[in-house]
Design a protein around this ligand. Structure first.
Ligand code: SAM
Length: 289
């Protein structure tokens, strides 16, 4: 395992993932019942954007820093549930650029209500140790040094019976695509009403077609795809964009995602690009969670 997210923290992909995640959590919390959040490829939790790893790649320049100070208007409103927590981690909403960046565990922790719970899994020794230092004494958070693909079907359904699973592997090994499809299929069979969010990179879009076909079969009802690309030309050697797959998103969340991605795309674009939000299976046929 060589992947370290510290080199990529707050890049365009984190912007898409974390902005959407905060909105989704906010929607799920419209109901009072307790929620379980499972973040199975958690990373270390908090990143130092002035640290060596982040400075080496400078990826936040084309991500979070393009949104700082935060935009106003409709997009600003949609980014607020996420960016307020970025600002809070940095001591409030100032105009200076954030030094610290909340990864998904820290963002989710900050979004928890007293009745909610967070389960983190991370396999990398140093990142797992960082999680234990940060959340080890936190009564609302459980930290596992565990394989996320194995944990995914094993940990669902959570006792709360309502909640969200974030599946955000590094796609460093070729077999991760297959492991993810199999694990999601098993998890969905065990817990078909759970909300699952899968992040994935887009290099060659045509190479994704068979994998998306497998996920369609695994999730025959209510699988939503949201993609954002940064370029018109999409050579397979570079990261051209990223996508989110949402299983059982809340009623009408599709509209929120569409406005979010359309607003973000021109701010994150490198040379052209586009957004796509579409149901891969099913649709919003009934008011749900
Ligand atoms: N979710 C994090 C966030 O948004 O802040 C970023 C996660 S990063 C993309 C992927 C993480 O998965 C890395 O920290 C890596 O060490 C970890 N990882 C890789 N393979 C894993 C596995 N099989 N099980 C659990 N964690 C794994």
């Amino acid at each position: 395992m060589n992947y370290r997210h510290a080199f990529h923290a707050a890049n365009f992909a984190d912007v898409v993932k974390h902005a959407a995640l905060a909105l989704l959590v906010e929607r799920l919390q419209a109901k009072q019942g307790a929620l379980a959040f499972l973040d199975l490829f958690a990373g270390p939790g908090v990143y130092d954007l002035e640290g060596e790893a982040a400075r080496k790649t400078g990826e936040a320049e084309a991500g979070l820093f393009r949104l700082w100070p935060p935009p106003k208007g409709e997009l600003g409103g949609l980014l607020k549930p996420w960016l307020d927590h970025v600002a809070a981690l940095n001591g409030g909403r100032g105009t200076s650029r954030p030094k610290l960046y909340p990864g998904s565990p820290e963002l989710l922790r900050r979004l928890l209500r007293p009745q909610d719970r967070l389960v983190l899994a991370e396999l990398h020794e140093a990142d797992g140790a960082a999680l234990r230092r940060r959340y080890g004494q936190d009564g609302q958070v459980a930290v596992h040094r565990r394989d996320g693909f194995e944990a995914l079907p094993a940990l669902v359904p959570p006792p709360e019976r309502r909640g969200l699973v974030l599946i955000d592997p590094p796609y460093e090994q070729l077999d991760e695509w297959d492991r993810l499809a199999r694990a999601l299929q098993r998890a969905y069979r065990r817990w078909p009403t759970g909300v699952y969010v899968v992040w994935y990179p887009v290099k060659d879009p045509s190479a994704l077609v068979p994998w998306l076909g497998r996920l369609r079969q695994a999730v025959p009802r209510r699988l939503l795809q949201a993609e954002l690309s940064l370029f018109d030309e999409q050579p397979a050697w570079r990261l051209n964009g990223c996508g989110l797959l949402l299983v059982n998103p809340p009623w009408r969340f599709v509209d929120t995602l569409e406005v979010l991605l359309r607003g973000l795309q021109p701010l994150l674009a490198r040379s052209g690009g586009a957004t796509r939000v579409a149901w891969l299976t099913g649709e919003d046929d009934q008011p749900g969670t």
